[in-house]
Design a protein around this ligand. Sequence first.
Ligand code: 1HE
Length: 257
Amino acid sequence: MQNLICDIDGDGIATVTLNRPAKRNALNAATIEELIALFSALPGSGARAVVLRAEGPHFCAGLDLVEHGQAERTPAEFMRLCLRWHEAFNKIEYGGIPVIAALKGAVVGGGLELVSSVHIRVMDETTYFGLPEGQRGLFTGGGATIRVPALIGKARMVDMMLTGRLYAGDEAVQVGLAQYRTVDSEAKARELARAAAQNTELSNFAICSGISHMQNMSGLDAAYAEATLAGIVNTQDAARGRLDAFAKGTGVKIKPA
Ligand code: 1HE
């Protein structure tokens, strides 16, 4: 891989790095193909959770505008490219392993589309979110119209695209663009990944794919799918020890530390 780096430690925590800092980690076609290959392979690789981070001061500047401008793509070519973006981000959202993004600097355009597909977003003090497509004469093509309103609502997304409004700081957390804001987003993302990796593989699979699938269904079908998934997850052998421990009074108590 030329634009991504992946390392997996002994605890199964994978670190995936966007590694095109000289171009502010702009997403060219090659990076999208690398994301597809990587997030297709990770679920069967022993990885229990993923930290998605970036080299350089900015997390991701979105679509590679220079490549796009020079490629002179036809509408059909760009539509096909968008399908590859969807493939990449679907692999992340529906892959069944927790993906936690450690954000900094610009998270804009396609960069926001990318991080809308992860399961937890952690921002630092430098992070800001934008959808500058309107200012660039473009439109979102990587799934933002589905995922961004699910985070912040349609009205805020439309405002961001029409006016170039940026969100940062507490406001970004309040509207739902990030769940955590901290000085060191990478350290926090790693801590969260380690916590998530303690869950059983099946629970995480259900949480990190089932919830998203169920959001795409009617309420009736989602309830049925939930019951079916719970039938599998909630009777797994891997949970037996945890249930026995609770019955004996040695299980973890669910209360603030
Ligand atoms: C890029 C890109 C890019 C930087 N494509 N090359 N996205 C945007 O509209 C955001 C465009 N980028 C920026 O506004 C700024 O670059 C940043 C605020 C992110 C960073 O600023 P700065 O001052 O740190 O860096 P820079 O000097 O602007 O850029 C450094 C290099 O990165 C420079 O290349 P160089 O060869 O001249 O050194 C830039 O050209 C390059 N670079 N961003 C290509 N995006 C599926 S549809 C999705 C539609 C969208 O994503 S629209 C949003 C596009």
